[in-house]
Design a protein around this ligand. Structure first.
Ligand SMILES: C[S@@+](CC[C@H](N)C(=O)[O-])C[C@H]1O[C@@H](n2cnc3c(N)ncnc32)[C@H](O)[C@@H]1O
Length: 231
């Protein structure tokens, strides 16, 4: 396993059970919907993963592009959402060929930590080109330098306890600790950004950004940013 895209394309144990996986994607869909400002909006979910509740997001907007780099995940998205005329599945390369200024809202949740700094900058360039001048980029689940893995564990266990899958979460944590995840986390690592650092990075890419009051998803120690074209 070379990188995080391979990891997410594999049969990993990041979701402790089917219930955990479903609750996760339900929560992400609900939070994305909260950022949709018009029923006609064209929305892009950048590195969407399995996006199990994308049909709910599509109900709340005009068109939903699901972009995903992992080929196996993308194949499942294509099969799952083929009947849904509002949803289109794309690779990250496909995004470079899409019409500029065609997207109202881009969400990139829990992705920046897996990218190298150069990949992140390139992604911001692609996203900026695609966003309408009035559009917004929501960057969610950013890890802060001063917050370690223990908080991730506590956040997961709290989420699990309040939704009745604590035992599965404990087993899941154990299998993740013994899996490729642990090796990748120590070999490739996860990128972390402070608030000022990410704001400066976004400014260099042509965005003005501010921190949202709540993070997308279940982990309150991670951060979400709302960015707009700075012109
Ligand atoms: C934790 S999942 C997040 C999925 C979804 N956005 C969510 O919030 O549930 C991480 C996603 O990042 C993608 N990914 C991993 N490394 C990447 C990279 N270097 N560039 C772009 N995407 C990457 C994976 O394929 C996976 O879909």
């Amino acid at each position: 396993m070379d990188d995080w895209i391979d990891y997410y394309d594999s049969t990993h144990t990041i979701y402790a059970s089917r219930l955990h996986r479903d609750l996760h994607f339900q929560l992400i869909a609900r939070d994305i919907i909260g950022y949709i400002s018009s029923p006609d909006a064209v929305v892009l979910d950048y590195a969407c993963g399995e996006a199990l509740f994308a049909a709910k997001v599509a109900e709340a907007c005009g068109k939903l592009y699901l972009a995903e780099p992992a080929p196996g995940v993308r194949g499942r998205l294509i099969a799952r959402f083929a009947p849904n005329t509002k949803i289109r599945v794309r690779s990250l390369e496909d995004l470079r060929k899409m019409q500029e200024k065609s997207i109202d809202l881009t969400v990139m949740n829990s992705v920046a930590q897996y990218m190298t700094a150069a990949e992140f900058d390139a992604a911001l360039g692609v996203i900026r080109r695609l966003l309408k001048p009035s559009g917004r980029l929501i960057l969610g689940d950013i890890l802060r330098p001063e917050v370690g893995m223990l908080r991730d564990v506590i956040a997961l266990l709290r989420f699990a306890a309040s939704h009745g899958f604590l035992k599965d979460a404990l087993i899941g944590l154990l299998s993740t600790a013994l899996s490729d995840y642990r090796q990748l986390r120590s070999r490739v690592g996860l990128q972390r950004y402070g608030e000022a650092e990410i704001t400066a990075k976004l400014a260099r890419a042509g965005f003005t950004a501010s921190r949202a009051p709540f993070n997308i998803g279940h982990n309150p120690w991670r951060m979400t940013f709302v960015a707009r074209h700075s012109f």
